[in-house]
Design a protein around this ligand. Structure first.
Ligand code: C2E
Ligand code: MG
Ligand code: MG
Ligand code: MG
Length: 271
């Protein structure tokens, strides 16, 4: 994880590689500074119940207000953050901010889903950090959903301990982007997750969506379809049996101030 440096043992140089290495270490330095200087912000996207399209929670999605490049999405920096280890402070920041925001919104906001990287989960004591955040923010554990991916879920050792400890706190685990990883059905069946999110690439495939739904029911997990953009997709997924959905149809990710919940005060919480 710590092999952040540019020249870390490249054996097969191709033209341009050196330049990319320099660019990469610049990005790492800028991100490290950005985390310190509060350039990160959290966007929130609603998760709705398909039966009535009511919001049952939100997902926290990190953004970076880059001083020169403007607002950057995760695809511009998450991979580098994971490889450099910066995902640990970054993820800590996101978790704390999202929990604080959800606590400020109050119970009407429902659940708050936070994406957690495998690098964080492999860190011994990560679950203690989660417990501390819940304590400090006053967010009830039942409102927190920790999103992991299949590749993370198969990791052993500290990962398994952290996952168990997070559930013991009363928080839930969600298997994100389901269907895009490489885990076997055996692995998934052995996992204790509370929710499965169908990756948006399968939203128009009734065969795969149906199989995932069946699997989710088999392990007693709740289902969320990602990337729902049309009413037609929403109707078909509902007919298949999906309980929840998320997508541009219901709301794009946006700043906390864009979301209002009945019981929340109208104060604008800076994030
Ligand atoms: P994800 O967790 O699967 O989040 C859903 C992504 O799909 C978001 O992209 C969201 O903006 C996008 N999306 C939602 N609805 C629709 C739709 O209807 N159509 C389309 N085309 N896209 C939709 P975003 O915000 O760019 O995030 C990308 C990924 O970055 C996330 O995928 C997640 O894996 C990762 N990520 C985001 N925030 C964090 C974070 O705080 N920590 C970590 N470790 N990863 C994060
Ligand atoms: Mg997610
Ligand atoms: Mg996802
Ligand atoms: Mg996805």
């Amino acid at each position: 994880e710590a092999k952040a440096g540019a020249g870390g043992g490249h054996r097969h140089f191709r033209p341009g590689m050196e330049a990319r290495g320099v660019e990469r270490s610049r990005l790492i330095d800028a991100l490290a500074a950005g985390i310190e200087q509060d350039q990160l912000t959290v966007y929130y996207q609603p998760v709705v119940r398909l039966s009535d399209h009511r919001v049952t929670g939100v997902e926290a999605l990190v953004r970076w207000r880059h001083p020169a490049q403007g607002l950057l999405g995760p695809q511009a920096f998450i991979e580098v953050a994971e490889e450099s280890g910066l995902i640990v402070p970054l993820g800590r920041w996101v978790l704390r901010h999202a929990a604080r925001q959800a606590a400020a919104w109050g119970p009407d906001a429902g659940t708050i889903s936070v994406n957690v990287s495998g690098v964080q989960l492999r860190t011994a004591g990560f679950a203690d950090e989660v417990a501390a955040v819940l304590r400090e923010t006053g967010l009830p554990a039942q409102r927190l959903i920790v999103e992991i991916t299949e590749t993370v879920a198969v990791g052993g050792g500290p990962t398994a301990q952290n996952l168990t400890a997070i559930r013991d706190l009363g928080a839930r685990l969600s298997l994100d982007d389901f269907g895009t990883g490489s885990s076997t059905l055996t692995t998934v069946a052995r996992l204790t997750v509370d929710q499965i999110k169908l990756d948006r690439s399968f939203v128009d495939s009734p065969v795969i969506a149906g199989a995932v739904l069946h699997l989710a029911r088999g392990i007693g997990a709740d289902t969320v379809a990602e990337g729902v953009e049309t009413l037609d997709q929403a109707a078909r997924l509902r007919a298949l049996g999906f309980e929840r959905a998320q997508g541009y149809l219901f709301g794009r990710p946006g700043p906390a101030a864009d979301l209002r919940f009945p019981g929340s005060t109208a104060e604008r919480t800076r994030s």
